[in-house]
Every structure is written in structure tokens, then in C-alpha cells.
Design a binder for this molecule. Structure first.
Ligand code: ADP
Ligand code: MG
Length: 266
């Protein structure tokens, strides 16, 4: 049975595409056949993060228009042959695709791939509806910031309303020193507000930005990094392996508990 997982957040710029690229690559490295789907129509950049932008010939829109077959649109990764990308159209409006059509594409991918990871756009409108249409599971990405957590909370409700019950949390861009100084929410703060199981914590790490700019997901790198290891661990947890959480020493209960209380009243 293949796993169809949407990576979503509500808020933009929190690391959805970064997570999709790294988790896709990490799962492929673990021996799985993986398709990553860019559902951010109009503002695609999963191709860039994977360094595959020059190899795109067709996109999901041409597949749906019957202008090419699905296999023709899939871009194979030369570094990791078990990974393919289904690109989104760059220049067409996001409402050219409907949730039903996305569902069809994803179901077809599910006949050949172990994992289908869908990179969601920001927001909760049509693009979001498309991204979640075929998904059976969701990974919510949130940074430890109030706006991000509040948007994530909204999205959890929408996912549940759409029948997606297996929802797990990735806390991205954690800065332990800031947490210790009570200048940033802790992982515990975020998790208690969202009340969904945690699958991983990724530190804020400039190596992520460097890898993004190079089009080389961090998990491909020979040199180990905390963020790269964190992505690898999330991939392993998706696979059902029991892996201890990295010690990023940011578990203090502090200043931001007021924000948690605000939520528990609702
Ligand atoms: P989204 O897809 O949610 O809009 P992106 O994955 O495009 O977000 O990430 C937004 C920006 O944040 C990018 O410049 C990316 O390099 C940076 N970023 C994401 N995760 C991290 C991290 N853990 N550490 C440092 N920078 C990060
Ligand atoms: Mg993105």
C-alpha cells in the first residue's frame, strides 16, 4: 500500500518545500520508490530545491489536458533514481486544476510509488484543497512562532474536516538558545497547542539555506549536519522505526505558555 502524504502549514515560508524535498530524498535513500508532487501551481519551487528545474518538459497541467502521459511529465533524479518529481505549471493560474483532477493524478502515482509526497501551497484556498485532495496523511510544518502555530491550528481542523486523520507535526527552524532565553516558543509549547503527535524537530540551520540555493537537499550531503540528520530521522519514523528525538535542548516551559492557555479556552 502506498502512502499519500500532504506537507502543509497554512502559513508561507515555514519550510514545506524544504521538508518535501528532503523527506522525498531521504525516503528514496532508504530504498523506497518516491514521487514528490508540486501542488504549488503558479509559485512552484520544489523543482529548484531538487535542482531539477532545467529538466522539466511537461507539468501536471499538460497531463490533465491529455497533452502527454503521466510518465512523460515525471522528472527523474539522476543522483537518486528512486525519486521522481511531478512538476506544477509555473505560468498558469492555480485554479486550472481541480481537487478531483489532483486526486486522479495522485491515485495513478499510487499504483507505482511507495510514497507520494505532496508539497502544498500556503493558504487554505483552492490550491490547498487541491493539495489535500488525494492525501491520506498529513505532515504539518510549523515554526515556533505564534502566527505559524495559529495557521497550523486552523489547517489541522480543515484536514480533520476533510477526513485526513493521520496528522503529524514537524517543528522547523527551532533555535534552542532563543527558547532557553524565553524568546521563542518551545517544541512542547507548539505541540501542546496543536495537540497532534510530533514526528520531528528541525533546527534552524544555515546549511539548509545553502543546500536550497544549490538545489541539493541536505540529506544528499556526505557531511552530516543536525538538520540533515533530523530529516533522515523523520523519514525513518514515517517508516515506522523508533528513533529517539535529537537533543536540541529546547524543552523549557516558559513565557509562551500564555499562548497555549489562550488556545485551551477555545
Ligand atoms: P514554504 O515551502 O513553506 O514556503 P520553504 O521550504 O520554501 O517554505 O522555506 C522558506 C525559506 O526558509 C527558504 O529560504 C529555506 O531555505 C528556509 N528554511 C527552511 N527551513 C529552514 C531551516 N531549518 N533552517 C534554516 N532555513 C530554513
Ligand atoms: Mg513552498
Amino acid at each position: 500500500m502506498s502512502r499519500i502524504i500532504v506537507i502543509t502549514s497554512g502559513k508561507g515560508g515555514v519550510g514545506k518545500t524544504t521538508c518535501t524535498a528532503n523527506l522525498g530524498m531521504a525516503l528514496a535513500k532508504l530504498g523506497r520508490q518516491v514521487a514528490v508532487v508540486d501542488a504549488d501551481f503558479g509559485l512552484r519551487n520544489l523543482d529548484l530545491l531538487l535542482g531539477l528545474e532545467n529538466r522539466i518538459v511537461y507539468t501536471a497541467v499538460e497531463v490533465l489536458a491529455g497533452e502527454c502521459r503521466l510518465e512523460q511529465a515525471l522528472v527523474k533524479d539522476k543522483r537518486q533514481p528512486r525519486l521522481v518529481l511531478l512538476p506544477a505549471a509555473q505560468n498558469r493560474m492555480k485554479d486550472v486544476v481541480s481537487p478531483d483532477q489532483m486526486n486522479t493524478l495522485v491515485s495513478e502515482l499510487a499504483t507505482k510509488y511507495d510514497y507520494i509526497l505532496i508539497d502544498s501551497p500556503a493558504g487554505i484556498e483552492q490550491g490547498f484543497q487541491n493539495a489535500i485532495a488525494g492525501a491520506k496523511e498529513a505532515l504539518i510544518v510549523s515554526t515556533p512562532e505564534i502566527a505559524s502555530v495559529r495557521d497550523a491550528d486552523r489547517v489541522v481542523g480543515l484536514l480533520e474536516a476533510n477526513g485526513i486523520k493521520r496528522i503529524r507535526l514537524i517543528v522547523n527552524r527551532l533555535r534552542p538558545a532563543m527558547v532557553q532565553a524565553n524568546d521563542m516558543m518551545s517544541v512542547q509549547d507548539v505541540q501542546e497547542i496543536l495537540a497532534i503527535p510530533l514526528i520531528g524537530v528541525i533546527p534552524d540551520d544555515e546549511k539548509v539555506i545553502v543546500s536550497t540555493n544549490r538545489g541539493e537537499p541536505l540529506v544528499l550531503s556526505e557531511t552530516t549536519s543536525l538538520a540533515g540528520t533530523a530529516f533522515d530521522h523523520i523519514a525513518r519514523r514515517l517508516e515506522g522505526q523508533k528513533i529517539e528525538f535529537l537533543d536540541l535542548n529546547g524543552q523549557q516551559d516558559g513565557f509562551f505558555s500564555w499562548f497555549r492557555k489562550l488556545f485551551s479556552k477555545n
